[in-house]
Design a protein around this ligand. Structure first.
Ligand code: MG
Length: 295
C-alpha cells in the first residue's frame, strides 16, 4: 500500500494512493484525531485490508494536497554520508569535506542525523536565510521506514524490520557542514528534510526495483539505483541496531548519488525560485521551491 496524509476539502485525512497520479482512497474517520496517524498505522501493524475497509470515499490527485506522511518525527532522521562510490569521490574533492584526509570510500557506514524540526512536506518551500548560509545543496535520497521496535537485527533478517520506503531530500548547508565539522547543524535547518508524498510498503517497493532521480529546474542532476549503495539497506539496519534500539516510524536516509551541486565546478548551489524535484520508483515525487529570505 501507499500510505499518505492529504488535505481534502479543508481537512487533513489519512489516504491510500490507489493509482499513482490518478486517485486516492480517503479514510476520513480512521485515526481522525490521532496527531501522527501514519506512525500509528505502522506501530499497530494495521493491514492493507483493514485500511481499505475503513475508506469512506475517493478523490482525484488534483483535489488533494499531499502532506508529509509523518506529521512529526519522533526522533532525528538517521542518515548516511558517502554511501555511493561516485558521490563519495565528488564530495572528497569538493573542498567542503572538513574531515578530508580520511579514506574517500568509507569502510563502515558514516551515520549522522537530521533534527526532527527539519521535516517538510512534499510541496513545501525550502526556506533559508542568506544570513545563515550561502551554499545550500540538494541530496535526493531513498528513505527506509522502520516497521517495529528492534535491536540486534541480523543482516539476513533486516528487511523484515522494514515497513517501506519514502522519497526524501537531505538538503545541506555546505558552508555550515564544513565550518562546524560535525554535519548536524548544516543538515538540520528548518525545512531541510522534505519527505513524501507517501510511504510505499516494501511488498510494493522491492529494494532491487528502487531508483532515485533529482532534477533542478527540469535538469536531471542525479539518477541511480538503490542497488549501487556501498552499504546496503540490510547492512545499515544491522549496523545501527547492533548499537541502538530502532523504533517504528524511524527513518534512515540511505545516502545520495553523484550529481550534487558541489560536484560541479564552480559549485551550483540552490537559489531563490529554484524548483527541486526528487522522484523514486513507486514512491512518487517531491517538488519543493527554494525561498531565500533576508533573515
Ligand atoms: Mg545525504
Amino acid at each position: 500500500m501507499k500510505l499518505a496524509r492529504v488535505i481534502h476539502q479543508g481537512r487533513i485525512k489519512l489516504a491510500l494512493v490507489e493509482e499513482e497520479g490518478l486517485e486516492v482512497l480517503l479514510l476520513d474517520r480512521l485515526l481522525a484525531h490521532d496527531p501522527n496517524p501514519v506512525r500509528t498505522v505502522i506501530e499497530r501493524r494495521l493491514s492493507a485490508k483493514e485500511l481499505v475497509d475503513a475508506a469512506t470515499g475517493r478523490a482525484a490527485f488534483d483535489e488533494v494536497t499531499f502532506l508529509s506522511p509523518l506529521s512529526q518525527l519522533v526522533r532525528n532522521v538517521f542518515a548516511v554520508g558517502k554511501n555511493y562510490v561516485d558521490h563519495a569521490r565528488e564530495f572528497d574533492t569538493s573542498g567542503f569535506n572538513a574531515t578530508s584526509g580520511a579514506a574517500a570510500i568509507p569502510s563502515s557506514p558514516q551515520f549522522f542525523t537530521k533534527a526532527t524540526t527539519s521535516l517538510a512536506g512534499p510541496t513545501d518551500p525550502i526556506v533559508f536565510s542568506e544570513a545563515t548560509t550561502s551554499s545550500v545543496d540538494y541530496e535526493g535520497e531513498i528513505g527506509v521506514v522502520i516497521a517495529r521496535e528492534c535491536r540486534n537485527v541480523p543482516e539476513g533478517e533486516a528487511l523484515d524490520a522494514v515497513f517501506g520506503f519514502v522519497a526524501l531530500n537531505d538538503l545541506t548547508a555546505r558552508d555550515l557542514q564544513r565550518s562546524h565539522v560535525q554535519w548536524f547543524l548544516g543538515k538540520s535547518l528548518d525545512t531541510f528534510c522534505p519527505l513524501g508524498p507517501w510511504i510505499t510498503t516494501i511488498d510494493q517497493a522491492p529494494v532491487e526495483s528502487l531508483r532515485v532521480r533529482t532534477w533542478v529546474n527540469g535538469e536531471l542532476r542525479q539518477d541511480a539505483p538503490l542497488s549501487d549503495l556501498i552499504f546496503s539497506v540490510p547492512k545499515l539496519i544491522a549496523t545501527l541496531s547492533s548499537a541502538m534500539t530502532l523504533l517504528p516510524g524511524d527513518i534512515i536516509a540511505t545516502g545520495t548519488p553523484v550529481g550534487v551541486g558541489i560536484g560541479f565546478s564552480p559549485p551550483r548551489f540552490l537559489r531563490d525560485g529554484d524548483v527541486v524535484r526528487v522522484s523514486a520508483t513507486g514512491l512518487g515525487e517531491l517538488r519543493n521551491t527554494v525561498k531565500v529570505v533576508i533573515r
